[in-house]
Design a protein. Structure first.
Length: 181
């Protein structure tokens, strides 16, 4: 959900809005559940950031938790153990840019480019893996348009908040400088 480009850009969050857009589309089409298996699961701050972004997109309901740690640190085994806790989950797709530790889960991995993040093509591949079917292009376009409108509104509201915060900080700085004169 983030790309190297987004992390280097001064913006709203560390998350790339385009990648979030595609994640929302994937969730809306498949109604899939999400679990975190990356190193972000080990940090309260990172988990909170993720949950905040998912809530803004109104898909936080689909987040069901984090994979457990393991002695050998192989995420493929951790994911398999996590899935064993949810026997109702029949299909899964693992979306990640690092796949060296996936082991027997490798056939379920959809590898992303860490410089680009989640793409439309990734979403189409994930839908096929999860639903075992192709999606009509017009259905995908409708969901993309709906998600784009929602995402644009969210980022405008967030930008408004940043501007207000900046103005408050600026006013406080002026007040402090004036009182010290």
């Amino acid at each position: 959900m983030y790309s190297v480009k987004a992390l280097k850009t001064k913006g709203y969050t560390n998350f790339d809005p385009r990648c979030l857009h595609y994640l929302k589309v994937l969730v809306e089409i498949t109604k899939c559940k999400m679990a975190l298996s990356s190193s972000w699961r080990k940090s309260d701050r990172h988990r909170d950031m993720l949950q905040e972004e998912l809530a803004k997109l109104e898909i936080d309901y689909y987040f069901i938790g984090c994979t457990p740690g393991s002695a050998d640190g192989k995420r493929g085994g951790e994911i398999k153990e996590f899935l064993a806790r949810y026997p109702q989950i029949k299909e899964c797709v693992i979306i990640d840019d690092e796949i060296s530790d996936m082991g027997e889960m490798l056939p379920r991995v959809l590898k992303t480019d860490r410089k680009v993040g989640l793409t439309k093509e990734n979403v189409l591949s994930a839908i096929k893996l999860l639903k075992q079917e192709d999606i009509a292009e017009d259905e995908l376009q409708q969901v993309l348009q709906k998600a784009t409108k929602k995402l644009n509104v969210l980022h405008l509201l967030e930008l408004d908040e940043k501007i207000k915060e900046f103005n408050i900080n600026k006013k406080n700085k002026v007040t402090t400088e004036t009182s010290s004169i």
